[in-house]
Each structure stands twice: as structure tokens, then as C-alpha cells.
Design a binder for this molecule. Structure first.
Ligand SMILES: [Ca+2]
Ligand SMILES: [Ca+2]
Length: 82
């Protein structure tokens, strides 16, 4: 490219949009961004079915139990912070 002023057509603008990773609070089982009793119900359903979900394991014992569901319910009620 010769030195000096360049025509505008020689330049391209690349706009890259970056989607930030969604910030989901721990225990937000339905990924709506807030912790509500609905999240506790989902965790309890997982607990009752013996399923595994690391998002639902609030107490970090490696299992999803009714305690995790209870803790999510407590968070929803603003009684505890996880
Ligand atoms: Ca939620
Ligand atoms: Ca647990």
C-alpha cells in the first residue's frame, strides 16, 4: 500500500460481538437469573429421582439431596446466602 491518504474503501471494520458467559447464581436451576422456590422444587425433584446436577449440589457433598433443595429454598426466602 503506497504511503499517504488511503481511500476509505481500503479499510474494513470488523465488529466482533462477544457474548459474556451468563452469570447464573449457584442453585439457579431454571437459569432465569434469580433463585426462587421453583429452583428448590427442581433440586428436590432431582434429589427424589436420584439424579445428579452439580448446580443443585449446594452443600458440596457430591450428591443432590433434600438438604440442597432446602438450602435453595432458604436462599429464595433470603434466610441464607450461598
Ligand atoms: Ca431460578
Ligand atoms: Ca448436596
Amino acid at each position: 500500500m503506497p504511503p499517504g491518504p488511503q481511500p476509505v474503501s481500503n479499510f474494513a471494520i470488523h465488529i466482533k460481538t462477544v457474548t459474556p458467559p451468563s452469570i447464573t447464581p449457584r442453585g439457579d436451576m431454571n437459569h432465569d437469573g434469580i433463585i426462587t422456590p421453583a429452583d428448590a422444587v427442581i433440586a428436590l425433584t432431582i434429589a427424589a429421582s436420584g439424579g445428579e446436577n452439580c448446580d443443585a449440589d449446594i452443600d458440596g457433598d457430591g450428591k443432590v439431596t433434600s438438604l440442597d433443595g432446602l438450602m435453595i429454598l432458604q436462599v429464595a426466602a433470603d434466610n441464607i446466602v450461598i
